[in-house]
Design a protein around this ligand. Structure first.
Ligand SMILES: Cc1cc2nc3c(=O)[nH]c(=O)nc-3n(C[C@H](O)[C@H](O)[C@H](O)COP(=O)(O)O)c2cc1C
Length: 203
């Protein structure tokens, strides 16, 4: 599996670091200037600290890098976190950085593109940009960690979100919600599903 990872200058660098650690396969990294600033501000990290988790890192101003061309394929390209500015550029077909040019390529080549947008609140323009790229086939996966797993630490909260990204890029995300009820794992005893009892549990 080959995954291209872009880190742009939105808050949430911790999600990118956790994803890079969890995602198996061959990974390539591009970090924008503001992505680098946020890595430093939020985690005291440099993009160089991420080298152990990737095959190679390309400069965001290197438009001659391999993924500037559709001749180099991958299973998924994920921008995590994705700033509103990067989203807007992608929505309007601007490819003036390696992060945005690679997104332009992903859309034209119909390769999987996942945008982990992080901004709040969202303007009408941002929502329209997200809708536009979603209609073109990109997956909008806003950084919205779930809480049904009752995370007790920031690490657990971060993991609850990044684990949801793994199946989106084609990796194994582990057992799904109440997957034991589906009989996926034949070694486990089958459990009778009683929707009424579930409803009672929820009350
Ligand atoms: C500390 C800090 C936090 C920021 N957080 C966000 C954010 O959460 N979402 C966002 O869309 N932009 C955020 N920005 C603004 C972007 O960094 C800015 O628009 C930048 O031009 C994005 O460039 P890039 O997408 O090429 O990385 C933040 C900027 C700073 C300095």
């Amino acid at each position: 599996m080959r995954v291209l990872v872009g880190i742009s200058g939105a808050s949430g660098a911790v999600f990118a670091v956790d994803f890079l650690k969890r995602c198996p396969g061959e990974k390539y990294l591009v970090v924008s200037d503001w992505g680098k600033a946020l890595l430093k501000d939020e985690l005291d990290m440099s993009y160089k600290d991420l080298a152990p988790y990737v095959e190679a890192t390309f400069r965001d101003n290197d438009l001659a890098a391999p993924f500037s061309s559709g001749t180099n394929r991958y299973d998924a390209y994920i921008i995590l976190p994705c700033s509103a500015s990067t989203l807007a550029k992608i929505a309007f077909g601007i490819g003036d950085t390696l992060i945005t040019r690679s997104a332009q390529v992903a859309l034209k080549e119909r390769m999987r593109l996942i945008l982990c947008v992080r901004e709040t609140p969202l303007s009408t323009g941002m929502l329209e940009n997200a809708l536009k790229v979603s209609r073109e086939g990109a997956i909008i996966a806003p950084i919205m960690p779930p809480f049904y797993g009752r995370p007790e630490t920031i690490d657990e909260m971060v993991a609850a979100y990044t684990k949801k990204l793994l199946p989106l890029v084609g990796a194994d995300g582990g057992p799904g919600w109440r997957a034991e009820l589906l009989g996926e794992d034949q070694r486990r005893p089958r459990i009778e599903y009683d929707p009424d009892s579930t409803m009672h549990e929820m009350e």
